[in-house]
Design a protein around this ligand. Structure first.
Ligand code: NAP
Ligand code: ZN
Length: 346
């Protein structure tokens, strides 16, 4: 075991404090990573504040990890010491089921192991990226292309892939009208990626306060949902809507913005159920879907795509001592557009 410094929350709604955790020794297929940066995802907050239930403490969140390889196991073939690498939401899966075989490890029919708040194969709790090192099976370690700075790359490991996967699956591209609901961590990457794919992108934000940024990220249209006219005016407009909002929304009104055969994909994961009046689905053969992160091959595809198109995350870098304040700001929609923890401050 190796003792490393980390930030942990000891209980739901308790503040973070600096502590130490143990990392396993590097096994034959393991990679030890010196973590440089860890993004703060709203899922960290839902989990840490026990809004989804099933949180275990102490909790060391963080599933947007970027760093360099410090050590490799004897059988590792895909990474070398010094490589720039990333780890997202998964650190293991069964590797045998039909979904794992297709590279859809996030939909593993056996047991996918989350980067934190999960139980590892050896029965120990998994601890995430708010720490100085992590040891991960090589299969779940991604290559970060040289064109992407590590700090801007960290948020791609969750926010980036969570948007890339549905945009890819539902074929965002030229001729498609795509709306992104919520311009936070996920939303701003969604705008950048959908625009780079060639789609006509709209943002639906609560206010117009971030309209200039949205346009800079590649949106052609920007609307404030606080204006009661907006959702009425836009009925029947979009082929694809990705809802990134972390709170409940009146889904019927958002679904009505879809064209014939359009799809609204929920990636936002509020703690309360969402309701849908089914008539809105029947009215124009609309679909309401969900999508969870992405598998390992698609995550590498996303990183390569972002490198090719120069798409890093817009970040505000913070120290370990600023995590509590940053969480409050994320909840207040006061994030521009991802907080990234610099672990050298630990
Ligand atoms: P975030 O940075 O907080 O962004 C969410 C955005 O939603 C906010 O910036 C805000 O944008 C909007 N919003 C917040 N509260 C709202 C409200 N009450 N009404 C309307 N809009 C509101 O969060 P994130 O990290 O992007 O994560 C978003 C959600 O996705 C979370 O629920 C998270 O758990 C989930 N998630 C899911 C997956 C997956 O695999 N499906 C992966 C990662 C995260 P505006 O200010 O522009 O309105
Ligand atoms: Zn996340």
């Amino acid at each position: 075991m190796t003792t490393v410094t980390a930030y942990a929350t000891p209980a739901a709604k308790a503040p973070f404090a600096k502590t130490t955790i143990e990392r396993r020794e590097v096994g034959p297929k393991d990679v030890r990573i010196d973590i440089a940066y860890a993004g703060i995802c709203h899922s960290d907050i839902h989990t840490g504040r026990d809004e989804w239930g099933a949180a275990t403490y102490p909790l060391v969140p963080g599933h947007e990890i970027a760093g360099t390889v410090a050590e490799i196991g004897a059988e590792v073939t895909t990474h070398q010491v010094g490589d720039r690498v990333g780890v997202g939401c998964l650190v293991n899966s069964c590797r045998e089921c039909e979904h794992c075989q297709q590279g859809l490890e996030q939909y593993c029919l056996g047991k996918a192991i989350g980067t934190y708040n999960s139980t590892d194969r050896d029965g120990t709790p998994t601890y995430g990226g708010y720490s100085q090192q992590i040891v991960v099976d090589e299969h779940f370690v991604l290559h970060i292309p040289d064109a992407l700075p590590l700090d801007q790359a960290a948020p791609l490991l969750c926010a980036g892939i969570t948007m890339f996967s549905p945009l890819n699956h539902w074929q965002a591209g030229p001729g498609k009208k795509v709306a992104i609901v919520g311009l936070g961590g996920l939303g701003h990457m969604g705008v950048k990626i959908a625009a780079a794919m060639g789609a006509e992108v709209s943002v639906l934000s609560q206010t117009m306060s971030k309209a200039d940024d949205g346009k800079k990220f590649g949106a052609q249209h920007y609307y404030a949902t606080s204006d009661p006219e907006t959702l009425t005016k836009l009925r029947g407009t979009f082929d694809l809507i990705i809802n990134t909002v972390s709170a409940t929304l009146p889904m019927g009104r958002y679904l009505s913005l879809l064209k014939l055969d359009g799809t609204l994909v929920n990636v936002g994961a509020p703690s309360e159920p969402l309701e849908v009046p089914v008539g809105v689905l029947m009215g124009l053969r609309r679909s309401w879907a969900g999508s969870g992160i992405g598998g390992i091959p698609e995550t590498q595809q996303m990183l390569d795509f972002c490198a090719e198109h120069g798409l890093g995350a817009e970040i505000e870098t913070i120290s370990g001592e600023q995590i509590n304040e940053a969480w409050d700001r994320v909840v207040d929609s006061d994030v521009r557009y991802r907080f990234v923890i610099d672990t050298s401050t630990f």
